[in-house]
Design a protein around this ligand. Structure first.
Ligand SMILES: Cc1cc2nc3c(=O)[nH]c(=O)nc-3n(C[C@H](O)[C@H](O)[C@H](O)COP(=O)(O)OP(=O)(O)OC[C@H]3O[C@@H](n4cnc5c(N)ncnc54)[C@H](O)[C@@H]3O)c2cc1C
Length: 501
């Protein structure tokens, strides 16, 4: 989700508009009232991986005739999967990496004939953990053209890691593996896998719910991890992936740690192509530059009104965007637990880091990925090299909780040719225990994909939630699929804070 605060954002959107495929049709004229023989319409608000996956799975699971409309307030599809152009080269500005076991994304890639790109492996990427004064831990630089030398560097780095963190590293790995195994249940056959009416049910069925009731720190201490590993490597990873500390929930933490393992990948040319391809493939009418401002239930149908002054009637409405910072008016009102979004400032700089800022003599001594520990005085979460052109010219990505002001950037960089800032309403601010919004917002046919984002925010978790929403719609609206009850009831201790929208 893009915040309109930074001027540079318009440049990015303009660029994305230019590189969007021609599938992006302009807003179409509103629907007249439906005649009895006209197929029903499913309206989806949001063209990110969540909205596009709902469209895809609806076509996959239902053979009924129906139309799909997707509304997107921006001029491009993809939402938080977006590219940024730095000096004529494009880089992922938001969601950048996929896990090897992100099987929906793997399938989309095959279905849409997209090309896979393997980002430089963590083995050949040097990591440094910066505490504001010194690098408390550093690995060796790889990236040598001779594979044999690279292997030795990688081996040496494993030894360095082991010397500092010991067997705790293995315990961390097994914690991540067991969480990933639970998540894999969401790919089981639909014959044995229930359709879930609530996020709580969905998580309980996979054995993941308890991880949302405790912090990552609590989970990892119980798993036997050393305080040093928690303070350093684990904190570095949660700060990079969610801009937050080890006080996020155990589940969000496990997903974050899984995103730092091996075999990570991305789509060549940009992950947003998954959304573009799915929308096109599911034959949905795409309404770009059409921001939905109100959703009213009229009895059997919903009326959606856009800021363009258009009105659309749909039998089913799906909200596929976080509602937390939006102003959509619901009539009648809906009530969801209050949730804050964590803002992550992504700053892209073409230039050269200043070794003196890090107390070093040469740029080459600065690790390619600088991660940080939790300290309120540290002005950034991470700095990574996106592209090294030559010794004096590179493109960097900085993640921070606050905007990186020019004066600060001028102290971190000795050369700064181009700077682009994006303020993302990035993901939920995680806490434990988490309280989840409903998938079905009104007891009728108004659905909310991003209720699942409190479990963990990722492209694949959005796709998994979207598949469940599509099955819910098929079973509740098209009545094709018998609802397999998971025999679980959602329990909530105490009265959570709700907001009325
Ligand atoms: C900086 C950053 C890094 C990340 N890194 C990763 C990563 O490496 N790997 C990973 O898997 N995930 C990552 N994520 C998380 C991932 O991007 C999200 O979980 C995922 O893309 C969410 O997809 P979505 O479709 O649910 O929502 P979104 O992508 O936010 O899509 C919602 C869409 O709805 C549109 N919209 C909103 N309101 C309206 C309205 N009223 N009318 C019409 N349209 C509307 C928005 O413009 C947007 O296009 C990252 C996120 C950020 C911000």
């Amino acid at each position: 989700m893009l915040s309109p605060v930074d001027l540079s954002l318009s440049t990015i959107l303009l660029l994305l508009l230019l590189i969007s495929p021609p599938l992006s049709s302009r807003a179409q004229s509103p629907l007249p009232s439906r005649s009895p023989d006209e197929p029903p319409t499913v309206c989806i608000i949001g063209s990110g991986i969540g909205g596009s996956s709902v469209a895809h799975f609806l076509r996959h699971y239902s053979s009924n005739p129906f139309s799909i409309r997707i509304f997107e307030r921006h001029g491009v599809v993809g939402g938080r999967m977006a590219m940024v152009n730095v000096s004529g080269e494009t880089f992922e500005a938001g969601a950048s990496i996929l896990h090897p076991k992100n099987f929906h994304a793997v399938n989309y890639t095959k279905l849409l004939d997209l090309k896979i790109k393997k980002p430089s492996s963590s083995e050949s990427f040097s990591l440094g953990i910066w505490d504001g004064k010194t690098f408390v831990f550093k690995t060796l630089k790889g990236g040598c053209k001779v594979p044999f030398v690279d292997k030795i560097v990688s081996l040496a780095n494993s030894v360095l890691m082991f010397v500092r963190y010991g067997f705790s590293l293995l315990r961390m790995e097994s914690f991540v593996e067991s969480t990933v195994d639970g998540f894999l249940k969401y790919y089981e056959s639909t014959e044995s896998r229930p359709v879930f009416e609530t996020v709580d049910e969905m998580l309980k069925w996979a054995g993941l719910y308890n991880l949302t009731t405790r912090t990552l720190q609590e989970e990892l201490i119980d798993a036997g991890l050393s305080p040093l590993l928690l303070q350093e490597l684990v904190t570095v990873i949660t700060r990079i992936n969610y801009g937050q500390s080890v006080f996020i929930s155990g589940l969000a933490g496990a997903v974050s740690l899984a995103g730092s393992g091996g075999g990570l990948w991305a789509i060549e040319g940009g992950n947003w192509q998954m959304a573009a391809g799915l929308i096109s493939h599911s034959d949905a009418a795409l309404h770009l530059h059409e921001e939905i401002e109100s959703i009213s239930y009229l009895g059997e149908r919903y009326e959606l009104n856009s800021t363009e002054g258009n009105s659309y009637k749909c039998e089913v409405a799906v909200v596929a965007t976080p509602l937390d910072e939006l102003n959509i008016q619901f009539n009648p009102q809906i009530s969801i637990p209050e949730r804050k979004l964590q803002h992550t400032h992504a700053t892209f700089v073409r230039g050269l880091l200043n070794p003196a800022y890090f107390g070093l003599n040469a740029v080459s001594e600065i690790p390619e990925l600088v991660g940080t520990i939790e300290d309120p005085d540290l002005p950034f979460s991470s700095i990574s090299v996106l592209k090294q052109r030559d010794e004096k010219d590179a493109t960097y990505k900085i993640f921070s909780r606050k905007r990186m002001e020019d004066t600060l950037l001028d102290s971190i960089f000795s050369v700064r040719q181009e700077t682009i800032r994006i303020n993302w309403g990035a993901y939920p601010h995680y806490k434990a225990p988490e309280v989840f919004a409903p998938f079905i917002l009104d007891g009728q046919h108004l659905y909310y994909v991003n209720a699942f984002e409190n479990a963990a925010s990722a492209m694949e978790t959005s796709a998994v939630a979207a598949e469940n929403i599509a099955r819910l719609i098929v079973s509740r609206f098209f009545s094709q699929e018998p609802l397999i009850s998971s025999n679980l009831t959602s329990d909530s201790d105490g009265e959570p804070v709700h907001v009325d929208l």
